[in-house]
Design a binder for this molecule. Structure first.
Ligand code: FAD
Length: 272
Protein backbone atom coordinates (compact mmCIF):
# COMPACT_ATOMS: atom_id res chain seq x y z
CA UNK A 1 0.00 0.00 0.00
CA UNK A 2 2.77 2.42 0.99
CA UNK A 3 4.52 1.58 -2.28
CA UNK A 4 1.59 2.71 -4.40
CA UNK A 5 -0.04 5.57 -2.49
CA UNK A 6 2.17 8.62 -2.19
CA UNK A 7 2.11 10.64 1.07
CA UNK A 8 0.11 13.35 -0.76
CA UNK A 9 -2.57 10.83 -1.72
CA UNK A 10 -2.69 9.34 1.77
CA UNK A 11 -3.08 12.85 3.23
CA UNK A 12 -6.31 13.49 1.33
CA UNK A 13 -9.12 14.39 3.74
CA UNK A 14 -11.60 12.17 1.88
CA UNK A 15 -9.44 9.03 2.07
CA UNK A 16 -9.11 6.63 4.99
CA UNK A 17 -7.04 3.50 4.47
CA UNK A 18 -7.81 0.72 6.93
CA UNK A 19 -5.33 -2.14 6.91
CA UNK A 20 -5.76 -5.58 8.52
CA UNK A 21 -9.43 -5.44 7.59
CA UNK A 22 -11.39 -8.37 6.17
CA UNK A 23 -14.69 -7.66 4.45
CA UNK A 24 -17.24 -10.28 5.41
CA UNK A 25 -20.36 -9.12 3.60
CA UNK A 26 -21.61 -6.54 1.12
CA UNK A 27 -24.71 -4.86 2.56
CA UNK A 28 -27.59 -4.30 0.19
CA UNK A 29 -30.85 -2.45 -0.06
CA UNK A 30 -32.78 -4.40 -2.68
CA UNK A 31 -30.23 -4.85 -5.45
CA UNK A 32 -28.21 -1.79 -4.47
CA UNK A 33 -24.95 -2.16 -2.49
CA UNK A 34 -25.01 0.22 0.46
CA UNK A 35 -21.93 -0.70 2.49
CA UNK A 36 -19.93 -3.56 3.92
CA UNK A 37 -19.40 -5.50 7.09
CA UNK A 38 -15.71 -5.92 7.87
CA UNK A 39 -13.61 -7.41 10.62
CA UNK A 40 -10.82 -5.00 11.49
CA UNK A 41 -7.58 -5.11 13.51
CA UNK A 42 -6.67 -8.55 12.25
CA UNK A 43 -9.43 -10.36 14.17
CA UNK A 44 -10.23 -13.77 12.72
CA UNK A 45 -13.77 -13.83 14.11
CA UNK A 46 -16.45 -12.78 11.62
CA UNK A 47 -18.76 -12.04 14.55
CA UNK A 48 -16.58 -9.01 15.41
CA UNK A 49 -17.45 -7.19 12.21
CA UNK A 50 -18.19 -3.49 12.02
CA UNK A 51 -20.35 -1.70 9.47
CA UNK A 52 -19.15 0.78 6.85
CA UNK A 53 -21.93 2.64 5.06
CA UNK A 54 -21.35 3.95 1.56
CA UNK A 55 -22.33 7.49 0.64
CA UNK A 56 -22.33 6.62 -3.04
CA UNK A 57 -20.76 3.39 -4.30
CA UNK A 58 -19.20 0.18 -3.07
CA UNK A 59 -16.28 -0.95 -5.25
CA UNK A 60 -15.58 -4.64 -4.81
CA UNK A 61 -12.00 -5.53 -5.76
CA UNK A 62 -11.10 -8.70 -3.86
CA UNK A 63 -9.52 -10.43 -6.87
CA UNK A 64 -10.73 -13.33 -9.01
CA UNK A 65 -11.17 -15.70 -6.05
CA UNK A 66 -12.42 -13.53 -3.20
CA UNK A 67 -14.72 -11.16 -5.11
CA UNK A 68 -17.10 -13.96 -6.18
CA UNK A 69 -16.84 -15.50 -2.70
CA UNK A 70 -17.89 -12.21 -1.11
CA UNK A 71 -20.72 -11.76 -3.61
CA UNK A 72 -22.06 -15.21 -2.83
CA UNK A 73 -21.73 -14.67 0.93
CA UNK A 74 -23.79 -11.52 0.37
CA UNK A 75 -26.56 -13.35 -1.47
CA UNK A 76 -25.42 -12.48 -4.99
CA UNK A 77 -24.76 -15.52 -7.16
CA UNK A 78 -26.09 -18.86 -8.40
CA UNK A 79 -29.36 -19.64 -6.60
CA UNK A 80 -28.70 -23.37 -6.04
CA UNK A 81 -25.37 -22.67 -4.40
CA UNK A 82 -26.76 -19.94 -2.15
CA UNK A 83 -29.65 -22.22 -1.16
CA UNK A 84 -27.23 -25.07 -0.42
CA UNK A 85 -25.46 -22.85 2.11
CA UNK A 86 -28.65 -21.36 3.54
CA UNK A 87 -27.88 -17.85 2.23
CA UNK A 88 -30.84 -15.60 1.36
CA UNK A 89 -30.85 -14.77 -2.35
CA UNK A 90 -30.52 -11.01 -2.86
CA UNK A 91 -29.72 -11.11 -6.55
CA UNK A 92 -29.68 -14.30 -8.58
CA UNK A 93 -26.61 -14.15 -10.83
CA UNK A 94 -25.68 -17.60 -12.18
CA UNK A 95 -22.33 -16.39 -13.58
CA UNK A 96 -20.78 -15.53 -10.21
CA UNK A 97 -17.84 -17.87 -9.62
CA UNK A 98 -18.06 -19.34 -13.13
CA UNK A 99 -15.77 -18.93 -16.11
CA UNK A 100 -12.49 -18.97 -14.18
CA UNK A 101 -9.64 -18.66 -16.67
CA UNK A 102 -5.94 -18.87 -16.00
CA UNK A 103 -2.67 -19.35 -17.84
CA UNK A 104 -1.39 -22.92 -17.70
CA UNK A 105 2.36 -23.12 -17.64
CA UNK A 106 4.82 -25.95 -18.05
CA UNK A 107 8.50 -25.90 -17.11
CA UNK A 108 11.25 -28.18 -18.33
CA UNK A 109 14.73 -28.27 -16.87
CA UNK A 110 17.99 -29.10 -18.57
CA UNK A 111 21.23 -29.94 -16.84
CA UNK A 112 24.40 -28.34 -18.15
CA UNK A 113 27.92 -29.61 -17.67
CA UNK A 114 29.27 -26.20 -16.65
CA UNK A 115 28.17 -24.02 -13.74
CA UNK A 116 28.60 -20.41 -14.68
CA UNK A 117 25.56 -18.27 -13.96
CA UNK A 118 25.10 -16.68 -10.52
CA UNK A 119 21.91 -18.54 -9.60
CA UNK A 120 23.32 -21.92 -10.57
CA UNK A 121 24.24 -23.46 -7.26
CA UNK A 122 27.71 -24.97 -6.97
CA UNK A 123 31.09 -24.47 -5.36
CA UNK A 124 32.80 -23.51 -8.63
CA UNK A 125 30.31 -20.69 -8.84
CA UNK A 126 31.04 -19.18 -5.45
CA UNK A 127 32.99 -16.21 -6.80
CA UNK A 128 30.11 -15.14 -9.04
CA UNK A 129 27.60 -15.58 -6.22
CA UNK A 130 29.65 -13.45 -3.82
CA UNK A 131 29.92 -10.76 -6.49
CA UNK A 132 26.14 -10.75 -7.00
CA UNK A 133 25.55 -10.74 -3.25
CA UNK A 134 27.59 -7.54 -2.97
CA UNK A 135 25.82 -6.08 -6.00
CA UNK A 136 22.48 -6.79 -4.33
CA UNK A 137 23.48 -5.31 -0.96
CA UNK A 138 25.28 -2.19 -2.16
CA UNK A 139 23.76 -1.40 -5.55
CA UNK A 140 20.40 -3.20 -5.48
CA UNK A 141 21.17 -4.85 -8.80
CA UNK A 142 22.33 -8.23 -10.10
CA UNK A 143 20.91 -11.74 -10.05
CA UNK A 144 19.70 -11.72 -6.44
CA UNK A 145 17.40 -8.73 -6.94
CA UNK A 146 15.66 -10.21 -9.95
CA UNK A 147 18.03 -9.37 -12.79
CA UNK A 148 18.36 -12.99 -13.84
CA UNK A 149 19.16 -12.60 -17.51
CA UNK A 150 15.85 -14.13 -18.53
CA UNK A 151 15.00 -14.59 -22.17
CA UNK A 152 11.36 -13.95 -23.02
CA UNK A 153 9.51 -14.55 -26.26
CA UNK A 154 6.04 -14.84 -27.77
CA UNK A 155 5.33 -17.10 -30.74
CA UNK A 156 2.78 -19.29 -32.52
CA UNK A 157 2.48 -22.97 -31.65
CA UNK A 158 1.50 -23.76 -35.22
CA UNK A 159 1.47 -21.89 -38.53
CA UNK A 160 -1.70 -20.26 -39.78
CA UNK A 161 -3.16 -19.13 -36.45
CA UNK A 162 -3.89 -15.40 -36.23
CA UNK A 163 -1.91 -14.51 -33.11
CA UNK A 164 0.88 -15.72 -30.88
CA UNK A 165 -0.40 -18.27 -28.39
CA UNK A 166 2.73 -19.24 -26.48
CA UNK A 167 4.82 -17.16 -24.13
CA UNK A 168 8.17 -18.60 -23.19
CA UNK A 169 10.71 -17.66 -20.54
CA UNK A 170 14.15 -19.21 -20.36
CA UNK A 171 16.06 -18.73 -17.12
CA UNK A 172 19.74 -19.57 -16.78
CA UNK A 173 19.33 -21.67 -13.67
CA UNK A 174 17.64 -24.90 -12.63
CA UNK A 175 14.47 -24.40 -10.63
CA UNK A 176 11.08 -25.91 -9.98
CA UNK A 177 7.91 -24.81 -8.16
CA UNK A 178 8.32 -21.18 -9.22
CA UNK A 179 11.75 -21.02 -7.64
CA UNK A 180 10.83 -22.67 -4.31
CA UNK A 181 13.06 -25.59 -5.31
CA UNK A 182 16.52 -24.72 -6.62
CA UNK A 183 18.69 -27.62 -7.74
CA UNK A 184 22.39 -28.01 -7.14
CA UNK A 185 24.47 -27.82 -10.30
CA UNK A 186 24.39 -26.16 -13.69
CA UNK A 187 21.20 -26.02 -15.66
CA UNK A 188 18.50 -23.94 -17.22
CA UNK A 189 14.73 -23.79 -17.09
CA UNK A 190 12.39 -23.19 -20.02
CA UNK A 191 8.80 -22.28 -19.16
CA UNK A 192 6.08 -22.30 -21.80
CA UNK A 193 2.71 -20.74 -21.13
CA UNK A 194 -0.39 -21.20 -23.26
CA UNK A 195 -1.86 -17.72 -23.76
CA UNK A 196 -5.30 -18.56 -25.22
CA UNK A 197 -6.93 -20.64 -22.48
CA UNK A 198 -10.07 -22.55 -23.35
CA UNK A 199 -10.42 -24.28 -19.99
CA UNK A 200 -13.04 -22.86 -17.67
CA UNK A 201 -12.91 -23.40 -13.93
CA UNK A 202 -15.03 -22.36 -10.97
CA UNK A 203 -14.90 -20.62 -7.62
CA UNK A 204 -17.47 -21.95 -5.16
CA UNK A 205 -18.31 -21.43 -1.51
CA UNK A 206 -16.57 -23.77 0.87
CA UNK A 207 -18.70 -22.62 3.80
CA UNK A 208 -20.58 -19.56 5.02
CA UNK A 209 -17.57 -18.52 7.10
CA UNK A 210 -16.08 -15.47 5.33
CA UNK A 211 -12.73 -16.08 7.03
CA UNK A 212 -12.37 -19.39 5.15
CA UNK A 213 -11.15 -19.45 1.57
CA UNK A 214 -13.43 -20.50 -1.30
CA UNK A 215 -13.21 -23.76 -3.25
CA UNK A 216 -11.17 -23.18 -6.39
CA UNK A 217 -11.28 -25.61 -9.30
CA UNK A 218 -8.99 -24.36 -12.11
CA UNK A 219 -10.14 -27.28 -14.31
CA UNK A 220 -7.17 -26.84 -16.63
CA UNK A 221 -7.63 -29.47 -19.29
CA UNK A 222 -4.70 -31.43 -20.56
CA UNK A 223 -5.93 -30.82 -24.11
CA UNK A 224 -5.07 -27.19 -23.70
CA UNK A 225 -1.44 -27.94 -23.18
CA UNK A 226 -1.48 -30.64 -25.81
CA UNK A 227 -2.19 -27.83 -28.25
CA UNK A 228 1.40 -26.95 -27.66
CA UNK A 229 2.40 -30.59 -27.95
CA UNK A 230 4.93 -29.94 -30.67
CA UNK A 231 6.52 -27.37 -28.44
CA UNK A 232 6.55 -29.75 -25.48
CA UNK A 233 8.18 -32.39 -27.66
CA UNK A 234 10.85 -29.93 -28.77
CA UNK A 235 11.47 -28.88 -25.20
CA UNK A 236 11.62 -32.40 -23.88
CA UNK A 237 13.90 -33.49 -26.69
CA UNK A 238 16.27 -30.64 -25.88
CA UNK A 239 16.04 -30.70 -22.13
CA UNK A 240 15.41 -34.35 -21.37
CA UNK A 241 12.66 -36.03 -19.42
CA UNK A 242 13.85 -38.18 -16.56
CA UNK A 243 15.36 -41.41 -17.82
CA UNK A 244 13.16 -41.64 -20.91
CA UNK A 245 14.59 -41.75 -24.40
CA UNK A 246 13.64 -38.29 -25.63
CA UNK A 247 13.81 -39.39 -29.25
CA UNK A 248 11.06 -41.94 -28.71
CA UNK A 249 8.49 -40.15 -26.57
CA UNK A 250 4.91 -41.30 -27.03
CA UNK A 251 1.79 -39.13 -26.76
CA UNK A 252 1.07 -40.71 -23.40
CA UNK A 253 4.60 -39.88 -22.15
CA UNK A 254 3.98 -36.26 -23.00
CA UNK A 255 0.48 -36.25 -21.49
CA UNK A 256 1.84 -37.79 -18.31
CA UNK A 257 4.58 -35.17 -18.15
CA UNK A 258 2.06 -32.36 -18.66
CA UNK A 259 -0.38 -33.79 -16.12
CA UNK A 260 2.33 -34.02 -13.48
CA UNK A 261 3.90 -30.66 -14.14
CA UNK A 262 1.30 -28.12 -15.28
CA UNK A 263 1.02 -25.16 -12.97
CA UNK A 264 -0.71 -21.81 -12.84
CA UNK A 265 1.27 -18.65 -13.35
CA UNK A 266 -1.24 -16.75 -11.24
CA UNK A 267 -3.35 -14.94 -13.80
CA UNK A 268 -6.85 -15.93 -12.64
CA UNK A 269 -9.62 -13.80 -14.16
CA UNK A 270 -13.24 -13.61 -15.30
CA UNK A 271 -15.14 -14.94 -12.29
CA UNK A 272 -17.24 -11.75 -11.82
C1 FAD B 1 3.56 -14.31 -8.05
C2 FAD B 1 2.71 -13.52 -9.04
C3 FAD B 1 3.31 -12.96 -10.16
C4 FAD B 1 2.56 -12.24 -11.07
N1 FAD B 1 3.19 -11.68 -12.16
C5 FAD B 1 2.48 -10.92 -13.01
C6 FAD B 1 3.11 -10.26 -14.10
O1 FAD B 1 4.32 -10.36 -14.28
N2 FAD B 1 2.34 -9.52 -14.95
C7 FAD B 1 0.99 -9.39 -14.76
O2 FAD B 1 0.33 -8.69 -15.54
N3 FAD B 1 0.37 -10.00 -13.74
C8 FAD B 1 1.07 -10.75 -12.87
N4 FAD B 1 0.44 -11.37 -11.83
C9 FAD B 1 -1.03 -11.26 -11.75
C10 FAD B 1 -1.48 -9.96 -11.10
O3 FAD B 1 -0.80 -9.79 -9.87
C11 FAD B 1 -3.00 -10.05 -10.87
O4 FAD B 1 -3.63 -10.29 -12.11
C12 FAD B 1 -3.54 -8.77 -10.27
O5 FAD B 1 -2.88 -8.46 -9.08
C13 FAD B 1 -5.03 -8.90 -10.02
O6 FAD B 1 -5.47 -7.70 -9.45
P1 FAD B 1 -6.79 -7.61 -8.62
O7 FAD B 1 -6.86 -6.21 -8.11
O8 FAD B 1 -7.93 -8.13 -9.43
O9 FAD B 1 -6.64 -8.64 -7.41
P2 FAD B 1 -5.53 -8.73 -6.29
O10 FAD B 1 -4.26 -8.07 -6.69
O11 FAD B 1 -5.50 -10.17 -5.88
O12 FAD B 1 -6.13 -7.86 -5.11
C14 FAD B 1 -7.19 -8.30 -4.33
C15 FAD B 1 -6.99 -7.75 -2.94
O13 FAD B 1 -8.17 -7.95 -2.18
C16 FAD B 1 -7.80 -8.40 -0.90
N5 FAD B 1 -8.94 -9.16 -0.38
C17 FAD B 1 -9.45 -10.33 -0.82
N6 FAD B 1 -10.52 -10.68 -0.10
C18 FAD B 1 -10.71 -9.71 0.81
C19 FAD B 1 -11.67 -9.51 1.84
N7 FAD B 1 -12.67 -10.38 2.07
N8 FAD B 1 -11.55 -8.38 2.60
C20 FAD B 1 -10.56 -7.48 2.38
N9 FAD B 1 -9.63 -7.63 1.41
C21 FAD B 1 -9.71 -8.73 0.64
C22 FAD B 1 -6.57 -9.24 -1.11
O14 FAD B 1 -5.82 -9.33 0.09
C23 FAD B 1 -5.85 -8.44 -2.18
O15 FAD B 1 -5.04 -7.44 -1.61
C24 FAD B 1 1.17 -12.10 -10.88
C25 FAD B 1 0.57 -12.67 -9.75
C26 FAD B 1 1.33 -13.36 -8.84
C27 FAD B 1 0.65 -13.95 -7.60
Amino acid sequence: MVAFLTPEVRARPNLDVIVDAHTTKVLTDGKRATGVHAVVSGSADAANSVTFEATNDVVLCGGAFNSPQLRMLSGIGPKEQLNRHGIDVVHELPGVGQNLQDHADIAVNAKTSRIGMPLQIGLTNLQSQIKHLFLAIFKKEGAFVGDNEFVGSFFKSKPGIPANDIQMHVAPFYYKDHGATLRYGGGLTAKSCYMRPESRGTVALNSVNPMEGPLIDPNITIIESIQSKALAEDNLATCGYGDKDVNNLTDSDIKEFLRENIESIYHPVSTW
